[in-house]
Design a protein around this ligand. Structure first.
Ligand SMILES: *Cc1c(COP(=O)(O)O)cnc(C)c1O
Length: 405
């Protein structure tokens, strides 16, 4: 289909509405379904447990829910995937991917930084896999005969580094590559079109977009998603139909939200990098921060999350700065309507080994800012005001190096 992304985002998963006589996705809350025909129910049960489509009755909600299925089909369409599986959180989705990969081997190759809890899940060996941490240019050397998955995240959380998806896929050879594309959304980046096997989202973030849904989704080819759905049918974690409805409801406005927040983030990043009260800014669109020139090729724009350090090493100054903010919400998570700020080393990435954290550039003073949908002038006024509150305790910089002429 050659309709544009915007059009598909409005209509995805809604193709049968006229036939059904509805204008919004119906929500089906049933936890169980009548099974008057036992033979049909048994057939459908077998099919669903294997990760396949229902054959008549849906049998039981853990196995299938039509509202969730609708959202999955819609998201798959936007990612250019054959199928998708939605979960009750991004971590539940990642867990199912890892469990499904076990049939291929027990070794994972991963690149830091990853979302803090994803890093923890691998490092702790909670699911039994061993992990080799490597860099994007050394994937091949890290592979073993029992490597079942290569895991990357781009842009990386919270340092906003971009990883070259095509280059990683090439090095991974036959081993499936999972890309956590949470920060990009299908509006800015579609990893499957670049050769990745699976794309994962914490749908809690931009896909939900309103700070009121916890969800995860993974999309890819039938064969891999089928195995993931098999795991989900056995272990649970299917996304609740109300959450699925809310996610599906948000898809038509996803592009508007992502592009508007991105526009504001670009302006905020420029102002921060120009500001003597700021020591450093991480944002892919800033000069020197996209050495592989992935913006425009791999990712249509830099997104709306950035990270920065105040011109002070004193954690008390950072705390004071955050307390002085009046509009921006101090909170973990991102991709909400409102602008959120949090210090990753102290919160989201505290589960990551301290040495690995520092090596990945997650310093104690780093602040991650998820720019929301407020007016750029109000967001800047709030940052500027809080910077003024702590200015006397900052070591003012001549000029951030990224802006040198
Ligand atoms: C939040 C997040 C996750 C985890 O998702 P949950 O929905 O919180 O379980 C995974 N990856 C990235 C990049 C995230 O930001």
């Amino acid at each position: 289909m050659d309709r544009s992304f915007s059009t598909r985002a409005v209509h995805a998963g809604r193709g049968d509405f006229i036939e059904k006589g509805v204008h919004a996705p119906p929500i089906d809350f049933s936890s169980t379904y009548p099974t008057p025909n036992l033979d049909e129910a048994a057939r459908s049960f077998d099919s669903l447990v294997a990760g396949d489509e229902p054959q008549g009755t849906f049998v039981y909600q853990r196995l299938f829910n039509p509202t969730t299925d609708r959202f999955e089909k819609a998201l798959a369409e936007l990612e250019g995937a054959e199928d998708a599986a939605a979960f009750s959180s991004g971590m539940a989705a990642f867990t199912a991917v890892l469990l499904a990969a076990k049939t291929r081997g027990m070794h994972v190759v991963a690149v830091r930084p990853l979302y803090g809890t994803a890093d923890h899940l691998l490092t702790s060996r909670l699911l039994g896999h061993s992990v080799t941490w490597t860099t994007p240019d050394r994937i091949t050397a890290a592979l073993r005969p029992n490597t079942c998955l290569v895991v990357i995240e781009t842009p990386g959380n919270p340092t906003l580094e971009l990883v070259d998806i095509k280059a990683v896929v090439k090095q991974a050879g036959e081993v499936p590559v999972l890309v956590d594309s949470t920060f990009a959304t299908p509006v800015l980046q579609r990893p499957l079109e670049l050769g990745a096997s699976l794309v994962l989202h914490s749908a809690t973030k931009f896909l939900g977009g309103h700070g009121d849904v916890l969800a995860g989704v993974v999309a890819g080819p039938h064969a891999l998603v089928r195995d993931i759905k098999h795991v989900r049918a056995a272990t649970g974690g299917l996304l609740h139909p109300l959450a699925s409805f809310l996610l599906h409801r948000g898809l038509p406005t996803l592009e508007l939200r992502v592009l508007r927040a991105q526009e504001t983030a670009i302006e905020i990043a420029k102002r921060l990098v120009d500001d003597r009260r700021i020591a450093s800014v991480r944002f892919p669109a800033l000069p020197g921060q996209d050495p592989r020139r992935l913006l425009g090729r791999q990712m249509a724009g830099p997104g709306s999350v950035l990270a920065f350090e105040l011109a002070s090493d004193d954690p008390a100054v950072m705390r004071h700065f955050v307390e002085a903010l009046e509009l921006i919400t101090p909170a973990v998570s991102l991709g909400s309507t409102d602008t959120l700020i949090q210090p990753p080393a102290a919160l989201t990435h505290r589960v990551v080994d301290k040495h690995a954290r520092e090596k990945a550039g997650i310093s104690g003073g780093l602040l991650r800012l998820s720019v929301g949908l407020e007016d750029v002038r109000d967001v800047w006024r709030d940052l500027d005001h809080a910077l003024a509150e702590v200015a006397s305790r900052l070591e003012l910089h001549d000029r951030a190096p990224a802006m040198a002429p």
